[in-house]
Ligand binder design. Structure first.
Ligand SMILES: [Zn+2]
Length: 312
């Protein structure tokens, strides 16, 4: 028991010291950086290369720190380049970047590899189907991953993640274990962000890319000290936080779907896309890598394009 307690104490001291070092580093960085440098610019421009242009979005919903200023351009890495140097890190990893094309629609997928699809083979097929549809329509996405959900089949899930990167999609951190910030201790939440990084960074580094994007699980931004603390923490680690403007509610329809009838789901997404069109310079829609999208994503992309959206 004593040894157990001692071990817990040592781990606690290690964690607390590590985070305090990070926070101190943040302070120093902020002192060095003039306020004119935005969070986004810091996140995407740690290298000497300036962006060719900066696009400024209109204001976003108050609670959603949706990407505001994004540099042009830079996805995707070509498939050939990825194949040529898949497991090497010849150069310093570069930040990932989004190509914005007004009026933009950024498609995002949360909860990779998706915990609701328990069978790995089925989940692989779903991944492949969605990737093929995106490729057919030349659409690029950000996939937000929870590394904890990859651990039971880590090799297979890592390969699945590589498929996304190979096909020009971006990978973001969605924390290790998908906790709600409003119900989690600040330090624990920060450690969960850090714990989610190594596997994602490893895959991205294989393709010369850097982990840049973050999405809060449950879109829970917390409040008070926690909210401010995590926001500063993410900024210090170079993250760009990606919120949403449109909720596809695909997880809900996926759970309810009967007789393969996805008409209610498609009607919901269609209405959302129509209602939002022209409202904001940029729309960001959330999906999950699930069966309902494997069967219906082509329809959604066709309709979005027909409405006039330019997909990232
Ligand atoms: Zn999530």
């Amino acid at each position: 028991m004593r040894l157990g307690k001692l071990a817990v104490f040592v781990v606690y001291v290690f964690v607390a010291t590590g985070c305090s070092i990070l926070k101190n580093a943040t302070k120093e960085q902020r002192q060095e950086s003039p306020q004119a440098t935005s969070q986004v610019e810091k996140a995407v421009l740690p290298t000497a290369q300036p962006p060719k242009a900066i696009v400024t979005a209109k204001s976003s919903p108050a609670t959603e720190p949706v990407g505001r200023q994004q540099p042009l351009p830079a996805i995707p890495p070509t498939k050939d380049a990825a194949v040529d140097a898949p497991h090497t890190q010849a150069h310093e990893p570069k930040p990932q970047k989004i190509i914005w094309k007004h009026p933009d629609l950024l498609v995002t997928f949360d909860d990779f590899p998706c915990q609701r699809e328990s069978r790995l083979k089925k989940q692989k097929e779903i991944n492949q189907k969605i990737i093929a549809i995106l490729k057919k329509y030349d659409v690029h996405t950000i996939v937000f991953a929870n590394a904890s959900m990859m651990m039971s089949h880590v090799e297979e899930c890592t390969d699945m993640l590589r498929e996304w990167v190979k096909n020009g999609h971006l990978i973001g951190n969605h924390t290790y274990s998908h906790q709600k910030l409003s119900k989690t201790d600040l330090l624990e939440y920060e450690m969960d962000i850090i714990r989610g990084e190594p596997l994602l960074k490893k895959v991205l580094a294989e393709y010369g890319q850097k982990l840049t994007y973050f999405r809060y699980p449950y879109l829970d931004y917390g409040s008070g000290k926690e909210k401010a603390g995590v926001a500063k923490f993410l900024e210090a680690r170079g993250y760009e936080v990606v919120g949403i403007t449109i909720d596809s509610l695909d997880w809900l329809y996926n759970a309810r779907i009967k007789n393969d009838d996805a008409s209610a789901y498609l009607a919901h997404v269609r209405k959302q896309l129509m209602d939002h069109f022209g409202k904001n310079e940029r729309e960001i829609i959330i999906f999950h890598i699930n069966a309902i999208n494997a069967e219906n994503f082509e329809t959604i992309l066709k309709e979005a394009k027909a409405l006039g959206y330019k997909l990232v």
